[in-house]
Design a protein. Sequence first.
Length: 256
Amino acid sequence: AALTQCLEETYGNPSSTHKLGQAAKAALTTARAQVAALLCCPSDAILFVSGGTESINYVLKGMLASHPEQRHIITSAVEHVAVSATCAFLAETHGFEITTIPVDELGRVSVADVVAAVRPNTCLITIMHANNEVGTIQPIGAVAAAARAQHATLLQDDTRGLSPLLIHSDASQSIGKIPVHVDALAVDFLTVAGHKLYAPKGVGALYIRPGTRPLQTLMHGAGHENGLRAGTENIPYAVALGTACALAQASLDSNP
């Protein structure tokens, strides 16, 4: 209903100053706030994208520009192909080293294994929150805390001026099913795929922790989405995602 109503009534360009444009802008602002509320983060930390795959690509390929001297990524053996294929691309085309952490019989990574893989030149850890095949929930908060502490210790003896370690988690499978609080997970980036919580296929979001080193845009043009994603926003799909997040929040609140 939210999608249909938006298609029929809120068809203006949110960058326009006329009445229809401003109505579209207001709808986009509300949708962004609804996504942010589900993740317990500020609205300006939410970037609307076309889905989980684009969100993941933004983060992983963003390391090319944000961490040019740090070309080591840690991931797990059970990631979605959007992560594994992008890591393979970075390794083959840009010389990144990828460390893949194995999982136990329950599909769970060991925090100790992740920490042992951290190097001074590690730029990113990307491990999904909940697995799309077996449902295993990974200890993202514990991984983030221990890995950051290890990385900070390693940088104390490094004179290259390297940047702090960043943490990304693909939460496509957990959003709307269990509470997902970005501060509790201690992530810098979080991926949301709309169709996993009853929004249409073709919409998603990326959480970017405020103050995080800017990512490089994948599409250049006008300054949409805080300059990170050029192109007029897909208002009906953003509204649908926002509505889905609001419904998910209501369900979680009534079934704690």
